[in-house]
Design a protein around this ligand. Structure first.
Ligand code: HEM
Length: 179
């Protein structure tokens, strides 16, 4: 399923801050909504980013089962904070073979192992944009309770210090809240 993130005047989420982490930023806007892409056509927006929810690439059967056992879904009433982090990786990353990417992602960077420490507090969804010709390869989306913000910040700092992130060439952090 293809979704669109629309930043503009309407949406359930208030945009509290847009912070460029690496590369070109995104423009300021007051609100954000996530809608099915076909419903987004023609809606006014300051910017729009699309992604599809796709199959897993790197997780092993064992990791996928561990994730399923621990992760919570989106839309929990207590999860009043969200973060959208669009990410593009470099040509060097995409030139690697699947097994080389997996090795950097997990055996070297421990992405899933680190992320698992923050479940179930943080709920997540990964959207893929690369094959749609979008500016970002990934739209990563996270939801958590306001009190879990420091833990989320620590998680992001750990991932950004990993070998995987040396292949990130554009990254923007969009901080969101809802009442
Ligand atoms: C909340 C804890 C987290 C867990 C449990 C987690 C887990 C995972 C897993 C299992 C995958 C691989 C999916 C596959 O097999 O295709 C993945 C991919 C990814 N995650 Fe996370 N993650 C977490 C947090 C984060 C955060 C905070 C960021 C951004 C700062 C992030 C960015 C990404 C990106 C960009 C990918 C795609 C990587 C690629 O395909 O090259 N993740 N994550």
């Amino acid at each position: 399923m293809r979704y669109a993130m629309l930043a503009g005047e309407t949406g359930d989420w208030t945009i509290d801050a847009i912070r460029p982490v690496r590369g070109a930023p995104l423009g300021e806007a007051p609100r954000l909504q996530v809608v099915e892409a076909e419903r987004a056509d023609g809606l006014p927006a300051q910017w729009r980013l699309d992604g599809v929810v796709s199959n897993i690439r790197y997780a092993t059967a064992h990791e996928a089962a561990a994730l399923r056992a621990r992760q919570e879904g989106l839309g929990r009433p207590e999860a009043r904070r969200a973060v959208l982090i669009p990410i593009a990786k470099s040509a060097a990353w995409w030139a690697l073979a699947q097994d080389e990417r997996r090795a950097i992602f997990e055996e070297t960077s421990h992405h899933t192992a680190i992320g698992m420490e923050y479940l179930p507090a943080v709920a997540r969804r990964l959207y893929h944009g690369r094959d749609l010709g979008e500016p970002f390869d990934f739209l990563t989306w996270f939801e958590f309770a306001a009190g879990d913000t420091p833990a989320f910040d620590a998680l992001v700092a750990r991932l950004r210090a990993s070998a995987e992130w040396t292949y990130v060439e554009r990254e923007v952090e969009v901080r969101l809240s809802r009442p």
